[in-house]
Design a protein around this ligand. Sequence first.
Ligand code: 5GP
Ligand code: ZN
Length: 133
Amino acid sequence: MSCIFCKIISGELPSHKVYEDENVLAFLDISPVNPGHTLVVPKKHFVDLEDADEATLCAVIKAVKRVGLSIKNNLGAAGYNLGMNNGAVAGQVVPHLHFHLMPRQAGDGLKLWPQQAYGPGEAEEILQKIKIF
Ligand code: 5GP
Ligand code: ZN
């Protein structure tokens, strides 16, 4: 077992645990974007969202909500960003499914991703490729 988050879950590596239940562990990110930046992970090893079953995803998102509420109530955070890097090209470094819960304070200066505009007809073209219904 070489997965660093599996080692944290098993206790082989230390972590600052924020929340734990039968299926989920939440612990402080070692390199926070803001104090309280927490990683919420399923205890079972899944690489990414497509790999995980729906029951696991429900358990993880419920834990995200609980930890988010604690961050809002106890860190004075007005809100938080929820991030999930799905795949290496999206910046996923640790191949064990995890959500980043990043507390936000007014004026903290944290920048979100840059945005751009669609060219003429481009939105419709993309839509034809990806729409599901
Ligand atoms: P990713 O880029 O895969 O979405 O995010 C991985 C996150 O895991 C990074 O934010 C990184 O700081 C965090 N991380 C990597 N190794 C460790 C570790 O050993 N302990 C903890 N607590 N966080 C880690
Ligand atoms: Zn793992």
